[in-house]
Write a protein that binds this ligand. Sequence first.
Ligand code: ATR
Length: 277
Amino acid sequence: MKLGLIGYPIAHSLSPWIHSKLMEQQQVNGRYELYEFNPDQFNQNVSNLKHSDIDGFNITVPYKEAIMPFLDELDVSAQQLGAVNTVKRTNQGWVGYNTDGTGFVDSLKNRYPDQLSGGTKVLLLGSGGAAKGIYHSLLTENLAVVDVANRTVQKAEELVRKNQTSIMSQPLSLEKAERDMGKYDVIIHTTTVGMSPHVDESLVSMHNMKKGCIVSDIVYRPMETRLLKEAKAQGAYLHFGHEMLLQQAVYAFKIWTGTNPNALKLLDEFEKKLKGV
Ligand code: ATR
């Protein structure tokens, strides 16, 4: 199979490593290559790719929306989010999917199987593209509350306006979220704050969180962000960004190949790779 990743810049992407391991695990013959397209050549390069024999690809920053005019069909996940991270070639042409949200939620459920249920109260930090996917997937779970806090509160308001479920959902400022953090069972950070090289930064203080809550950060470089370190010191259970990354890759691989790889089997090896051991 001919697979790959489109984005810019992507030289340090971990996707080729993950997909070569998945091919090995599932005994699929193929290659996963990087297509680092310059913004001024994006349209031409994608047109060329469309005439090639590529079977599927991932698409990342900054092209998750720009790819859409080239697609022939959209899965509901991509329609809902207006963004695509996985494309598969079929007899009908290119079909776009978005596995961001389900990848996140399922990786959280893999680690903490009983926590996303019943009366669970969730706080989502951030309102960008990543938050959007995660928010929509959270709304399909049986939860009591999913509040959204963002620096620009207006963007959090726009997000919660889309909620058509019976789950309670309020937009919050970051200050209010910090103050009221003790009422949440699960706290999910979705912005880029704290990402390497800005490892000393953290979007909010975790001072008021409830001991024993789950704190998740989608940032995976560094593996343990400042936010996660603070949360751990306060007695939180942690969920890491690389777990989401791996689960998303598994979903894309499943879409392309029809196989059912086991993400957990690869997790230890992936952690060693990230730690550089
Ligand atoms: P992506 O699509 O990768 O999620 P994005 O759409 O630019 O990226 O969203 C980035 C998110 O990180 C937003 O929630 C943004 O807050 P604003 O909506 O107020 O811009 C948040 N963010 C980025 N840098 C930030 C910073 N220095 N402080 C607070 N929030 C920040």
